[in-house]
Design a protein around this ligand. Structure first.
Ligand SMILES: [Zn+2]
Length: 102
């Protein structure tokens, strides 16, 4: 292996430890929930999930889980979602996620 390739590999390993360099612009996943498999997507900072809860609130446990997993690799809009005032009353778990604590 030549030195150029070795330096690229070393740089990639450093990048792997610096996830805030990466921002997802779009994403599409299947999410195996407890009751069903859901289609979750992110486009231009807006999430969508085909579960029954999401259309009523614009947020759901599947999106919140991805927000927690991807963290620094999401733009602020995608990471925190709509402002809390736009959401209906949340339970303690949802509030922890919204505050970035969870
Ligand atoms: Zn969902």
């Amino acid at each position: 292996m030549n030195s150029s390739m070795i330096s690229k590999i070393e740089k990639s390993k450093r990048y792997e430890r610096e996830p805030d360099r990466i921002k997802f612009q779009a994403l599409a996943v299947t999410f195996t929930g407890e009751n069903d498999v859901h289609q979750v997507s992110l486009q231009d900072g807006a999430w969508h999930c085909n579960c029954g809860y999401f259309p009523h609130t614009g947020i759901c446990s599947h999106v919140m889980a991805l927000q927690g997993l991807l963290g620094a690799m999401l733009t602020p809009d995608a990471r925190y979602g709509p402002p809390p005032a736009a959401l209906p009353a949340m339970d303690d778990t949802a509030q922890s996620f919204a505050a970035g604590v969870g």
